[in-house]
Design a protein around this ligand. Structure first.
Ligand SMILES: [Zn+2]
Length: 345
């Protein structure tokens, strides 16, 4: 696998509504491997590869990552912000960020009150998003000159190897996007029956917005989402609370809170994984949604499922996945796409 591509995808900023830098990487990766590449008005990148007369199959991997948007510059040059996507406030403590301005990217930190000067009451409370501000280390005048309300902010963190795992910000969902891109490049060398639409979607973290638009336009008969899911296989969690385990293989989604996957698709994924001895685990995620739901509900309604990449510490800057699970997800996606036309035979 091209893990340098995964690194580039993870380290490139792209909050919901501002995915253009990630879109550029998608173009660079797929150019020459597909029959057409276009960007729709909302910003989805739609890659199309001709099949041999089969049904339309749409893949959806979202490009956006959770981030922030600047709402206010205060009298001392500190920034206030709104979140774009779901944050656990405690994950903002002691983080570096990047503010994307018209004149270039600025490094900053998420400031908050030191524990030394917190009241007894404040120490007992979990942190709130409103407790944080962004400090650019610049004078009020310099900030006013460079930063505008509406500028977006991403978290700053490099991808590294930790033990046998991959650790980075934004593995949700650059890992899913990576699986889609790798699979499309591989499918391009082997051919397929389905009419293949690989869509790098926008604004998933704000409610599956890009995928709804793409599914309405493409009207796929079959849909496969690619996203991360939770691996809660850590100290303190009961075995029944794990959802998935890191290193135990690609996740085959049965349901999450946005979708009950089509049993025909779940069955095809499971049989395919068994047939090719691809490590896999069945996934039921109690809370959280994916683009899978948009493909099932929009357009004409599709036979839909999802291949998940298990991740520890989701929606933080230290998300952790297994390279082994990532490889299994690519293998499974390629094999399922190759056989997907049989769902409608
Ligand atoms: Zn996601």
């Amino acid at each position: 696998m091209d893990l340098e591509l995964l690194r580039e995808l993870c380290e490139t900023g792209g909050v919901p509504g501002r995915e253009e830098r990630v879109a550029k990487l998608v173009y660079a990766t797929l150019r020459g491997h597909v029959d057409s590449l276009e960007t729709d008005p909302i910003g989805n990148v739609i890659a199309y590869r001709k099949g041999s007369g089969g049904p339309k199959l749409m893949l959806a991997g979202h490009m956006d990552e959770i981030g922030f948007i600047v709402t206010h510059v205060d009298e001392n040059g500190f920034l206030r912000f709104n979140p774009l996507g779901g944050f656990d406030p405690k994950t903002l403590t002691a983080q570096r960020v990047v503010v994307h301005t018209a004149s270039g990217d600025l490094p900053g930190v998420m400031g908050s009150k030191p524990i030394h000067i917190m009241t007894e009451e404040e120490r007992k409370q979990p942190p709130k998003l409103e407790d944080y501000f962004i400090d650019l280390g610049l004078s009020k005048e310099a900030v006013d000159e460079k930063v505008a309300v509406g500028d977006v902010v991403t978290r700053e963190r490099a991808m590294v190897r930790i033990g046998s795992m991959i650790n980075s910000k934004s593995l949700d969902n650059r890992a899913g996007l990576f699986v889609m891109l790798e699979a499309v490049r591989r499918l391009a060398t082997m051919g397929h029956t389905v009419e293949l639409y690989a869509v790098a979607t926008v604004q998933e973290e704000l409610g599956l917005r890009g995928a709804q638009v793409a599914a309405s336009r493409i009207q796929p008969q079959i849909g496969i989402g690619l996203d991360t899911t939770i691996a809660n296989d850590v100290p303190g969690a009961q075995p029944h609370e794990a959802v998935c385990k890191l290193g135990a293989g690609a996740g085959i989604k049965i349901m999450d809170s946005s979708v009950v996957c089509d049993p025909r698709m779940v069955d095809l994924m499971r049989r395919t994984a068994q047939r090719y001895s691809i490590p896999h685990q069945m996934e039921i995620l109690p809370r959280g949604g994916t683009d899978t739901a948009a493909m099932q509900r929009f357009g004409q309604g599709a036979i839909t499922g999802c291949i998940s990449i298990p991740s520890r510490y989701v929606h933080s800057v230290i998300e952790m996945i297994s390279e082994h699970d990532l490889a299994a997800a690519v293998d499974l996606l390629v094999a399922v796409v190759a056989d997907a036309h049989t769902l409608l035979a």
